[in-house]
Design a protein around this ligand. Structure first.
Ligand SMILES: [Zn+2]
Length: 258
């Protein structure tokens, strides 16, 4: 039996060069990573390159703006620190989306979440039915300046508005349900009718209405991304915003940045 000749295992020099070049090209062109880690703030938003909305798939792109209203911005009745910093991010992003849905906290006067009606201070806790309710200053009363969207927000891009917190007896942090889940806002039905499955969410405040909207959306089976530099938190307790983001990621949401 004759021995087979040994193969020459060394690779020709020109093939090695081609492989290196192809690798370099792939890493240069490709595959921007989304999501990015928790980083960045809207303070430097103008210097940040917009998130590439088209990267992931061909689903209709839907942006949900949570409660970007005067009362949640500096000077408002329930101002979120730097709340107005989300406005430039919203204006920059809205034109990219096929659907832009804005929520609006829209309380009747004397809403039971207002501390004033209980003879208590904002931040105190009461029970509304079975729900533990943090009391807030009077805010976003229907028809008032405080309830209006921030004046610099480019409302012409809104395709749908969801008003919430209308029932005087129960608060409504989420864009989908009141806090007691007694009543739907109709948003889920609207999204289903439009065939929308993927939601990008931003707005005010990260640790309340953004958080509960995201958790409900995930619970309802939507794919959810939080646009981090388009959000600001209240942080009644230090770390509330970070905890909210952790809850969202634990429930399957992604945190992305521009
Ligand atoms: Zn409210």
């Amino acid at each position: 039996m004759t021995a087979l000749p040994k193969k020459n295992l060394s690779m020709p020099y020109d093939i090695v060069i081609v492989i290196i070049l192809v690798s370099l090209m792939l890493s240069a062109c490709g595959l921007k990573t989304v999501p990015r880690p928790l980083e960045g703030r809207a303070d430097d938003a103008d210097a940040i390159i917009p998130l590439d909305i088209k990267l992931e798939n061909s689903e209709p792109k839907t942006l949900i703006l949570i409660d970007i209203q005067n009362d949640f911005c500096p000077g408002g009745a329930l101002a979120v620190p730097e709340g107005d910093a989300v406005v430039p991010a919203a204006n920059r992003l809205m034109p990219v989306y096929s659907h832009v849905i804005a929520t609006q906290d829209w309380h009747p006067a004397g809403h039971h979440s207002f501390a004033s009606g209980h003879g208590k201070k904002p931040g105190d806790i009461v029970m509304l039915g079975n729900i533990r309710q943090i009391l807030w200053p009077d805010h976003c009363v229907q028809g008032t300046h405080g309830a209006e969207f921030h004046p610099a927000l480019h409302r012409q891009y809104f395709t749908h508005i969801v008003q919430k917190g209308i029932n005087p007896e129960v608060d409504s942090y989420s864009a989908f349900f009141d806090n007691a889940r007694l009543k739907s806002t109709g948003l889920a039905d609207y999204l289903h009718r439009k065939g929308i499955t993927h939601l990008d969410i931003m707005g005010l405040a990260t640790d309340y209405c953004v958080k509960y909207s995201a958790l409900d959306a995930l619970d309802l089976g939507f794919q959810v991304r939080i646009l981090l530099n388009g959000c600001r938190g209240i942080n009644l307790q230090p770390g509330d915003t970070d905890r909210a983001l952790s809850e969202i990621t634990s429930a399957g949401g992604l945190i992305v940045n521009e």
